[in-house]
Write a protein that binds this ligand. Sequence first.
Ligand code: SF4
Length: 364
Amino acid sequence: MLTRTRKAAKPKDRAPPPETCASLLLAWYDSHRRALPWRALPGQIPDPYAVWLSEIMLQQTTVTAVKPYYEAFLNRWPDVGALAAAPVEEVMKAWAGLGYYSRARNLHACAKAVAGEHGGIFPGDEEALRKLPGIGPYTAAAIAAIAFGRRAVVVDGNVERVVARLWRIETPMPAAKTEMRARAAEITPQLRAGDFAQAMMDLGATLCSPKNPACSLCPLNAHCAAFKVGDAATFPRRAAKTQRPQRLGAVFYLRRADGHVLLRTRPPRGLLGGMTEFPGTLWSADFDQAQALNHAPVKAAWKKQMRQVEHVFTHFALKLDVYVAQVKASANAPEGARFVPENKLDDEALPSLMRKVIAVIAEA
Ligand code: SF4
């Protein structure tokens, strides 16, 4: 007798039904949404300026780190016209400590473009948004969906994790991004696209966490392939990590006897562009730290500190030797540098790296 066996569908082949996913997720969002200062409450009309400002700040930065900066910016520059009219140096100073400083320069350039070319009103479609400085595909989609209710596919790290688990996507990151985006598009609804985008982000940020997803509480668990197999925490798959290259350098903290310290401004383009720093050497893999004093900004009795400053950038890790010296009150700053009162360093656009230098000096 001929018997037929039916091949069981592999978990990853089972696509969640799109409308079901969207409606389950939106119902969950209506009662579990995170209260965030930039988010419109139910029934309120979102403010595109607030959405844009928050989305730029949230790039590569946590909600907790962003909140105080967002509130300070909104208090100081309550609309795009006010921000456009501010001097860029003030914007850079207000951004100091938030990292990825090209965002601050682009933020200001974008405010000027919206104020000057769009009459102070953000455009609502993705294509026009992407033409503005600092707005890439993700941010354009987020603003179009959240601020204007347009159907746009919004995929950040949280959404990638949720989608990777719903479909058990085996392709490692970053190659999986194309498939993740296509899967996210499948379940993005026409209506309430902004709420849906924020619901996916909230699910990823709360229940569908990287290490211990709370699947029993998840509104999508009946449709989640990874939950069914029991290996959700192993998604998204990652390619083997490559070690960050190491760079070395030295930084010089020069005090004047009248309580001033030497600073300079970095070139406008490139890493930490336009930010303030203590003079230092170039940062390179083969920097000879024994020769550091050949690069000191002035001749002085430099003293090397016990502790180095360590900092991790996206593409490399950095170790800096820290030198300190004092010169007399009449000393002039070398070309390209300036002395500022040491008790006014908080007013300078010093990135986190330079604040670590201050911490090392304070320990000495
Ligand atoms: Fe994430 Fe678990 Fe929900 Fe699947 S069931 S989407 S793994 S929280």
